[in-house]
Design a protein around this ligand. Structure first.
Ligand SMILES: Nc1ncnc2c1ncn2[C@@H]1O[C@H](COP(=O)(O)OP(=O)(O)OP(=O)(O)O)[C@@H](O)[C@H]1O
Ligand SMILES: [Mg+2]
Length: 265
């Protein structure tokens, strides 16, 4: 196993619920390269969040191995090598946007000293400015729109300087126009910092727009049906997004998803 990669090897997850069992993931194999933008795309209940939680070390797999840059998820999480951007921004309402972004960094810095992490935090003011929040650093979360709060949550993720960012449907609560502009902002910041991102979405458009590769999953129990290369140019300008090649990729990803529906146990 190479240490610059994320390797998922024969991962399975079965949840026990009383006497019954739920098979959430079966035989998941994949390798993600450092700096790649990967999207997990699949129907509700196919195990996307489960897989993300296993990668984050928040859940243990039933079978198989996982390596995050040569570490186990637990080690990577201790080294603060993982940043999690949640579905709702989860900002503390009594702290300014800037202090919300700095809070995790403050906690992480203390942890760095204990575990000897070599993580390098990013400049919070620069990241906030890149996400269009330069004029809102002193504002409280309640004074911001939903889209701005989500941008602040993304800023908090980037500022931590973790090489791996996990994002579980971070835009699902936003309206379509807001989603559109926030996706472009995310891409701008990602192009600058090139973290490895594993992103979860239900939207084929979002998956193709953001990703280097899209992992298409089958319905329960979740397996990887295919991994689709999105070899479209970056940056993903409006021109790229309105191209025929882009439309074809979205269609291809949707088609593969539909194929997966016929492949249940
Ligand atoms: N803590 C748990 N205990 C028991 N079953 C669980 C638990 N978490 C998830 N499951 C089950 O595992 C399966 C996969 O759930 P998961 O949340 O990973 O799916 P998902 O792809 O993220 O779905 P969605 O798109 O709706 O968010 C589902 O059948 C779910 O009911
Ligand atoms: Mg989910």
């Amino acid at each position: 196993m190479q240490s610059s990669r994320i390797v998922l090897h024969k991962l399975s997850k079965t949840y026990k619920r009383g006497d019954s069992e739920v098979r959430a993931l079966v035989d998941v194999n994949a390798t993600f390269e450092e700096g790649e933008f990967i999207t997990l795309f699949g129907p509700s209940g196919c195990g996307k969040t489960t897989l993300l939680r296993i990668i984050a070390g928040l859940e243990s797999q039933s079978e198989g191995d996982i390596s995050l840059f040569g570490n186990s998820p637990a080690q990577a999480s201790r080294l603060k090598n993982i940043a999690w951007v949640p579905q709702s921004s989860a900002l503390l309402p009594w702290l300014s946007i800037r202090n919300n972004v700095l809070l995790s960094e403050f906690v992480n810095k203390r942890a760095d000293r204990i575990v000897g992490s070599t993580r390098k935090a990013e400049d919070p003011d620069e990241v906030l400015a890149d996400l269009g929040l330069a004029d809102f650093k002193a504002a409280l979360p309640a004074q911001l729109s939903g889209g701005m709060r989500q941008r602040a949550a993304i800023a908090r993720g980037f500022v931590q300087g973790a090489p791996l960012m996990l994002m579980d449907e971070p835009f699902s609560a936003l309206d379509e126009l807001t989603r559109d502009s926030i996706r472009l902002r995310l891409l701008d910041v990602w192009e600058k910092h090139r973290k490895t991102v594993v992103f979860v979405t239900h939207s084929a458009f979002e998956a193709v727009m953001l990703s280097d590769r899209v992992v298409v999953m089958t319905p329960r129990p979740g397996r990887i049906h295919s991994i689709v290369d999105i070899n479209l140019p970056r940056p993903r300008t409006r021109e790229v997004l309105e191209s025929r090649e882009f439309e074809e990729k979205v269609r291809e990803v949707k088609h593969i998803l539909r194929e997966g529906w016929g492949q249940d146990e």
